[in-house]
Design a protein around this ligand. Structure first.
Ligand SMILES: NC(=O)c1ccc[n+]([C@@H]2O[C@H](COP(=O)([O-])OP(=O)(O)OC[C@H]3O[C@@H](n4cnc5c(N)ncnc54)[C@H](OP(=O)(O)O)[C@@H]3O)[C@@H](O)[C@H]2O)c1
Length: 440
């Protein structure tokens, strides 16, 4: 039997402790599958001596992750601390620079430094695996990086943040406000005390930037993403969407267009009868559309200790099974030097359907005026609905909902701006993009 694969784990929190437990409990099974044992020989975390629910006394303890990466006798450095900067960055660089393979679940680190780290890995002939960094347990990195080689990908999109999907699902199912659902998500541990990173879409953006690179061969451009969170989605939007045959999801979408690659994260209407619309609660889903395979949709747990550790374990097992000296898969799907600069497509040139909800004063001529502004901007309407019919005596605002056929975003913005200028709107208009799966 080959020598044991020696690993060092940096970070023994939710994911690190789950991974350590699985490695200890399934040692024999993994030895048979990988053809060699996997041994935890070094560990580091912030607090020494904390009970991690697993006996790690045989592993050498390091106070400093970078020192462990530099000095421990390990084949693989497993980074499960998180954060885009040090100590994760310094430690991963130190490991790769001395030819030690790296497995990480850290999307923030990859979004900020992925290209640089991939280049260091290549230079030193080592593997950089990060399956758990996007959509937790769903094997989307492997699908894009290896399984779909030779396909030309046209679009990748998905639900990649369980917190947002939980909130939107609960709002719809229980008719509760965004704020009430966020509080419940925090109580259940699905949302952080400071939820901004999730609900403003930044977490999805980090993950999307990695998928864009794998799908389109462009450099990671996490700061170049059109971003809208879910904080201004109201129960009225959710009800109106349902009435019209749609459901609202926070999607990350990367799409090849004539003017560049679109990267956008925003609340999105998806047809109620599509598979992605059925993805509820904290579950994640990623769809990939390509020319040879067609549409691939993967649904599964996007977070949690065990689900994430499962992906990390798969990455470690791949290394255990690899032949020493064999050519490694480039971390970002192609050599780092072959990644093209990212060319951002203008969001105003986005072409798609739109849902527009307008609250208007109850006076004659408004309906006709709205239809006129749409027509003047060349927008063809799939439907136009007036809700909450007021009585003859009532002057309460009315709600008008429009769903457009595929059109240019610039036209929608111009039409909405000219409607606003008419002065009959009550409050801000709501505009939500519609995304249609290739096949429902
Ligand atoms: N949790 C998930 O469901 C999930 C899903 C997908 C990806 N991920 C990614 O997995 C990584 C780990 O997440 P997690 O949820 O396991 O985080 P966590 O529970 O907060 O654990 C972080 C671990 O890193 C250690 N650590 C933090 N700063 C350190 C430092 N300066 N030096 C040494 N150790 C340090 C902590 O030590 P102490 O325990 O001593 O404080 C802790 O053990 C992150 O990159 C995260 O984005 C997590």
């Amino acid at each position: 039997m080959a020598d044991a694969l020696k690993i060092g784990i940096a970070g023994l929190g939710t994911v690190g402790a789950s991974l350590a437990k699985i490695l200890v409990e399934r040692r024999d099974m993994l030895t048979t599958t990988c053809g060699r044992p996997i041994e935890i020989v070094a560990v580091t975390a912030r607090t020494k001596g904390r009970d991690r629910g697993v006996d790690l006394s045989a592993a050498e303890w390091f106070d400093d992750p970078a020192a462990m990466a530099r000095d421990a006798t390990i084949d693989v450095f497993v980074e499960l601390m998180g954060g885009a900067g040090d100590p994760a960055l310094a430690a991963v660089k130190a490991a790769l620079s001395r030819g030690v393979h790296v497995v990480t679940a850290n999307k923030a680190l990859l979004a900020a430094h992925g290209v640089e780290l991939a280049a260091i890995a290549e230079k030193n002939g080592c593997i950089l695996n990060y399956e758990a960094a996007v959509a937790g347990g769903i094997p989307v990195i492997k699908a894009l990086r290896e399984s779909l080689t030779g396909n030309t990908i046209s679009r990748v999109y998905g639900i990649m943040n369980g917190t947002c999907n939980y909130i939107l699902t609960k709002m719809e199912k229980e008719g509760l406000s965004f704020e009430a659902c966020l509080k419940e998500a925090q109580r259940l541990g699905y949302a952080e005390a400071d939820p901004a990173f999730d609900i403003e879409g930044n977490d999805t953006a980090h993950k999307l930037s990695i998928l864009t690179t794998l799908a389109f061969g462009t450099k990671i451009a996490a700061d170049d993403i059109y971003l809208e969170g879910i904080t201004n989605i109201s129960i009225d939007d959710i009800r109106a969407a349902a009435d019209l045959g749609y459901r609202i999801k926070l999607l990350g979408v990367a799409q090849r267009t004539d003017t560049g690659v679109e990267q956008r994260v925003h609340p999105t209407m998806v047809p109620l009868d599509s598979v992605i619309a059925q993805v509820d609660g904290v579950t994640n889903a990623v769809a990939i559309e390509s020319d040879i395979l067609g549409e691939l949709l993967m649904v599964g747990p996007g977070a949690g200790g065990n689900a994430t550790a499962s992906a990390v374990l798969g990455d470690i097992a791949d290394i255990a099974k690899s032949r020493p000296g064999a050519q490694t898969v480039p971390a970002l799907g192609r050599p780092a030097a072959a990644l093209a600069p990212y060319k951002r497509a203008q969001i105003r040139k986005h072409h798609g359907g739109y849902f527009i909800r307008l609250s208007v004063e109850d006076r004659t001529g408004v309906f006709a005026s709205i239809a006129k502004h749409m027509a003047e901007n060349g927008i063809s309407l799939e439907s136009i609905v007036q809700r909450a019919q007021s009585t003859a005596e009532s002057t309460d605002p009315k709600t008008i909902i429009l769903v457009t056929h595929a059109t240019m975003e610039d036209s929608v913005r111009k039409a909405v701006a000219s409607i606003k200028a008419e002065g009959y709107l009550v409050g801000e208009p709501q505009v939500i993009r519609i995304e249609r799966p290739k096949t429902a």
